[in-house]
Design a protein around this ligand. Structure first.
Ligand SMILES: NC(=O)C1=CN([C@@H]2O[C@H](COP(=O)(O)OP(=O)(O)OC[C@H]3O[C@@H](n4cnc5c(N)ncnc54)[C@H](OP(=O)(O)O)[C@@H]3O)[C@@H](O)[C@H]2O)C=CC1
Ligand SMILES: N[C@@H](CCC(=O)OP(=O)(O)O)C(=O)O
Length: 425
């Protein structure tokens, strides 16, 4: 039985994951789904143990002065545990990507060629103090036939250790190889460099966190990396926008969960819509006391509407506030909005609110972010919302995956070539 909390080196963990990954690649869908059912059930059956561990993390967080946003991210209760178990069940309902034929064709010489999905092998995830990621990531890895090595935030040490143990024990009891789910933690930040250099054993590392984590990995990683990094998201309101929709979309993108990477940080408004739109959105954001950091053109239009207003600095355009703070800038047209987004954005999630087909087309073509929205909130960039069950993280890079990293993104492919004594002349 796996004991994720016993002391082993990161290399031991990675080596054992490699062995598990090889066996897991051949496990059939029924067994993997049975393991996921066992995990979902165990989460609820072992809730008292999990919540007790979480209480220890919360106590430590309180003592060390974690912000209320971070405390909220860390906290578990019965309802949240039930949601985590539901996400596992959502993954069960998804089609197993392993063995799926992406394309198949017969060559003139009669050889049958099939491009087929196969698991990556071993995936490592480094993530923020959100304990649900432990289970979301484990569930996605199992279903896609990969062994997983987890490294959560030290603020969630106890919660993650118990969650990983519950998942590993349930998975093994349902017939999955030992060490399919493992966690490292407790050894400090140097574990990151150790994990990121296990290229003999680990096929992919996903750092899910801020720019500091990204920078720390860039210098050292020899394992292929997919960055699930910070989001500096934008909502652009065009002159042609339906302003009722624009108010709701801008409010939702900022306020619905300001700590998330897919929340908007800057509102860009076409010069011709500014006078009608800006006072309205300022009044709407007053309920939540969103601080507006407005440029010179926007300031007189948002002041006096009940929400705090300060002058924006250049630095604001590049900042991921993760709080109830929103940059506001008036732009000349859609092209100026695109320029702003391409200069200051992080390639995560950006939206246009418009009715004019030309403006929409320009935005769709000009903004290269992982998720581009037309008349919808940026908050939808989420594996669950996209029908992918859950997500390992939201990729902000171009290779090998973009946006939510779900089951298919945890696979690669191979060519399976079937012949009948064929030789090349
Ligand atoms: N694109 C995406 O999918 C997501 C992006 N994010 C982004 O994450 C950020 C917020 O999360 P936050 O809690 O601040 O995340 P952090 O980046 O601070 O921490 C994430 C993880 O990385 C570790 N870590 C951070 N910096 C280093 C370093 N220099 N060396 C080694 N390990 C490091 C942390 O360990 P420890 O805590 O132990 O120090 C933790 O396990 C925001 O920028 C948000 O946009 C968040 C979720 C999803
Ligand atoms: N999956 C998330 C997005 C990921 C995210 O930002 O997570 P976190 O930074 O831990 O709040 C959601 O929108 O629900």
């Amino acid at each position: 039985m796996a004991t994720p909390t016993e002391v082993r080196t990161v290399t031991d963990v990675a080596r054992q994951a490699r062995a598990a990954g090889r066996r897991l690649a051949a496990v059939d869908t029924r067994t993997k789904d049975a393991a996921l059912h066992a995990i979902a059930d165990a989460l609820q059956a072992r809730a008292p143990e999990i919540l007790e561990a979480n209480r220890r993390d919360l106590d430590n967080g309180r003592e060390s002065g974690l912000s209320s946003a971070l405390m909220d991210r860390l906290a578990l209760d019965d309802a949240r545990l039930a949601k985590i178990a539901d996400a596992v069940r959502d993954v069960i309902a998804l089609r197993d990507p392993v063995g799926e034929t992406i394309e198949g064709y017969r060559l003139p010489n009669g050889l049958d060629v099939a491009r087929q999905r196969i698991p990556l092998g071993v995936v490592a995830v480094v993530y923020e103090a959100r304990p649900n990621v432990t289970i979301d990531a484990a569930a996605l890895a199992i279903k896609s036939g990969n062994a997983i090595v987890l490294r959560g935030s030290s603020s969630a040490l106890h919660s993650n250790a118990v969650l990983a143990q519950v998942a590993a024990e349930a998975a093994e009891s349902a017939g999955l190889p030992e060490h399919s789910i493992q966690i490292v933690g407790g050894g400090g930040r140097e574990e990151l460099a150790e994990l990121a250099t296990q290229d003999r054993y680990i096929d992919l590392i996903v750092p899910r966190g801020g720019e500091g984590l990204k920078a720390a990995l860039k210098g050292v990683a020899t394992v292929p990396v997919i960055f699930a990094a910070a989001g500096v998201g934008h909502v652009y309101v065009d002159a042609s926008a339906d302003l009722d929709q624009a108010v709701e979309i801008a409010q939702n993108s900022k306020v619905q969960r300001p700590s998330a990477c897919n929340a908007a940080e800057t509102l860009l408004v076409h010069r011709d819509a500014a006078a009608a739109f800006l006072p309205r959105i300022a009044r709407r954001l007053a309920d939540d006391q969103v601080e507006l950091r407005a440029d010179e053109a926007a300031r007189p239009l948002v002041e006096g509407q009940g929400t705090p207003v300060v002058a924006a600095t250049e630095q604001d355009w590049d900042t991921e506030h993760l709080a109830l703070i929103l940059g506001v800038r008036v732009v000349d047209d859609v092209h100026a909005a695109i320029d702003h987004i391409e200069t200051h954005g992080s390639g995560h999630s950006d939206a246009i609110v418009a009715r004019d087909a030309g403006a929409i087309r320009a935005f769709e073509r000009g903004v290269g972010s992982a998720a581009v929205y037309v008349n919808a909130s940026t908050r939808f960039t989420d594996g669950g919302e996209f029908g992918m069950g859950a997500e390992i993280g939201i990729s902000t890079q171009k290779l090998h995956a973009r946006g939510p990293i779900g089951l298919r993104e945890l696979t690669t492919y191979r060519y399976l070539v079937r012949g009948d004594g064929h030789v090349r002349s």
